[in-house]
Design a binder for this molecule. Structure first.
Ligand SMILES: NC(=O)CC[C@H](N)C(=O)O
Length: 304
């Protein structure tokens, strides 16, 4: 069946589906979103691009952006970063504190909050103007200058970020944070607040399907090996304590965010992004996972 038709079928099938999820409300500004939004966008390396529903409406990327901050840190500093953060699945919620003390302030992976905060610390030390430089990097990958921070969302998260403050203080006590705690957290909240549409996300993530090169401009951003490793981390750690389930159901490397977005990649073939704000208990989009499970099942295009 044609991809376009498959997307249409998924859209129709999920429209009537009772959504059991809840919109994230621990960041108050995120709770203002219409919970019934739903969009999906697929782009292949051959240039086929199809989307449906609210696929051209911007939403809060949240943890999805952690793939791009990791990408920039790896590009600038290579393997050195692995002294400060691991690559193992955590099996714990994204904001868990428990493991961090046992493991002496070295986060399990760069996609749980603690790990992403360490990556922000690394970027603060690397970049001259972290906020401008990071946004410019994202815009370059997206081939689109109409991508921005949302200051309302970052301020809202900052005002309620007790757990992230606890995580970074714990890591500082283990000497795994170099910069000031406030500077690192501000940068972390800023990058999480970046907004993109499903179409923009799929376009941006195509580089991970293309061995580290932006497909349209053919500009190499990271090496093939670095791209492989980022995909491996998405596969094992992209969904916190639901990473195994996502692999089992969808069979693609991917990354979720509490804004309700998920992006997934088929190396050598395509990138797809989906958005539905109601989250399951693990903090991942309920309908988003269903949509991707249907996509790889109906198209038989998964990596397994
Ligand atoms: N899973 C997520 O998307 C979490 C990101 C969010 N900014 C937080 O720190 O809690």
């Amino acid at each position: 069946m044609e991809l376009k038709q498959i997307l249409q079928d998924i859209y129709t099938e999920l429209a009537d589906k009772n959504d059991k999820g809840q919109v994230a409300s621990y960041i108050p500004e995120l709770a203002n979103i219409n919970p019934n939004k739903f969009g999906i966008h697929y782009i292949s390396l051959e240039g086929n691009s199809y989307g449906l529903g609210d696929h051209q409406e911007k939403f809060s990327c949240q943890s999805i952006i952690k793939v791009l901050s990791l990408c920039l840190a790896i590009k600038n500093e290579g393997v050195k970063i692995w002294k400060r953060v691991g690559v193992e699945p955590s099996g714990t919620p994204f904001n868990s504190l428990v493991q961090l003390e046992y493991e002496h302030g070295i986060p399990r992976n760069p996609f749980i909050n603690a790990g992403a905060i360490v990556i922000c610390d690394i970027l603060l030390s690397q970049l001259e103007n972290p906020k401008d430089d990071f946004l410019a990097f994202v815009q370059k990958l997206a081939l689109n200058s109409n991508i921005n921070y949302n200051p309302k969302i970052s301020a809202s998260e900052k005002a309620h970020g007790y757990r992230n403050a606890a995580l970074i203080n714990m890591m500082k006590s283990f000497d795994n944070i170099e910069n000031s705690i406030d500077d690192v957290l501000d940068f972390y909240y800023d990058i999480c607040s970046i907004e993109m549409t499903c179409e923009e996300l799929a376009q941006t993530f195509l580089l991970f399907a293309n061995n580290g090169c932006i497909p349209n401009s053919n500009e190499r951003i990271i090496t093939t090996s670095q791209s492989k490793r980022i995909n491996a981390i998405m596969q094992c750690c992209g969904f916190y304590d639901e990473a195994g389930e996502f692999s089992f159901k969808v069979g693609l490397p991917g990354k979720s965010g509490v804004g309700g977005g998920i992006v997934a990649i088929h190396p050598g073939k395509y990138a797809v992004a989906v958005w539905s704000p109601r989250l399951n208990k693990k903090g991942n989009s309920y309908k988003g996972i269903l949509a991707l499970e249907l996509l790889t099942t109906k198209s038989e295009l998964s990596i397994f």
